[in-house]
Design a protein around this ligand. Structure first.
Ligand code: BDR
Ligand code: CA
Length: 296
């Protein structure tokens, strides 16, 4: 099995990615860590523990940064809420260590190099790389949700996860660790419909039920984008996603373009593989196949 660790700001799409990774026979989830982003840290911790409570309460979990490296956490005003009312978060213990220590411990104990799956602002990951640069030796790659090849979703130029903590993103993109960037473009191909939620509900198991209800709440104009789950699709079904190598630079100086992931596809020194397009039906089928496993 391929060892993975997810770092997230849960968020229903983060929760999707966690549940899918845990369900997969090909992946071994070594741990999950929480970072402030979509919501304040205490609420991210609650949502993440709720997610683990019915997917696998034995997965090690720790909390990380309550805010970006050098900035205040932005108020997004986005309608992101507490997930899974009724789930028993107290079933999931919280490791007392800060995320960077927890992550380092998991990485260095792993027999095989680890794939990191960052799904929120990159604060915890930047702290890990700064405090324990030697951990890179046992990191195979990062498959992250963040950035955009063209326009942003938080400012005209920047995507949310990168915009929230651009200094952390800069550290990560300069780290030399191989990166697969699942940005806005490829995630937009992961739009799901009300019919998809009904197909999920029809699986009739507890996890599928929680997520189908969650999807129903997230619909705007009959569709919803499950951004973060695209990372797991990349790992499990790379054949449904196209990608191009690029030199990705994080804009830190120009305030208008702050947090933009400037992608130079012509560079001969790429630091990332930028995912571009995904076949939607293959994505939905993967989700259904994985959630079917919660039926026992
Ligand atoms: C990213 O921001 C968050 O809302 C989502 O969880 C995703 O990680 C999309 O820009
Ligand atoms: Ca997220």
């Amino acid at each position: 099995k391929m060892p993975v660790i997810l770092d997230c700001d849960t968020g229903s799409d983060d929760a999707f990615a966690i549940a899918m990774a845990i369900a997969s026979d090909q992946l071994e989830v070594l741990g999950v860590s929480a970072v402030a982003g979509n919501l304040t840290l205490d609420r991210v911790v609650k949502n993440t523990r709720r997610t683990l409570s019915f997917t696998d309460p034995a997965v090690p979990f720790a909390a990380g940064a309550a805010g970006p490296l050098q900035r205040d956490l932005i108020e997004t005003g986005r309608p992101i809420h507490m997930l899974f009312a009724g789930a028993k978060e107290e079933r999931v213990p919280v490791d007392p260590r800060p995320a960077e220590d927890f992550l380092y411990d998991l990485i260095q104990k792993s027999e095989q190099p680890v794939t990191l799956i960052p799904l929120g602002p990159l604060t915890n990951i930047a702290k890990l790389l700064q405090k324990y640069p030697q951990c890179k030796e046992n990191i195979l790659r990062m498959v992250l949700m963040g950035g955009a090849a063209a326009g942003g979703n938080t400012t005209e130029f920047a995507e949310f996860n990168i915009y929230v903590d651009p200094e952390a993103a800069d550290i990560v993109f300069r780290s030399g660790v191989p990166i697969v960037m699942c940005g806005i473009e490829v995630c937009r191909d992961g739009r799901v419909s009300v019919e998809d939620a009904e197909r999920l509900e029809a699986l009739q198991n507890e996890a599928a039920g929680y997520f189908a209800r969650e999807m129903m709440q997230d619909f705007k104009n009959g569709e919803s984008i499950i951004f973060d789950a695209v990372t797991v699709a990349w790992i499990l079904r790379p054949e449904i996603i196209t990608a191009q190598p690029a030199q990705v630079h994080i804009e830190l100086r120009d305030q208008l373009r702050l947090g933009q992931t400037v992608c130079d596809f012509a560079s001969d020194r790429p630091n990332a593989l930028v995912a571009m397009h995904m076949q939607k039906e293959g994505f939905v089928q993967l989700i259904l196949d994985l959630f079917a496993k919660y039926g026992g």
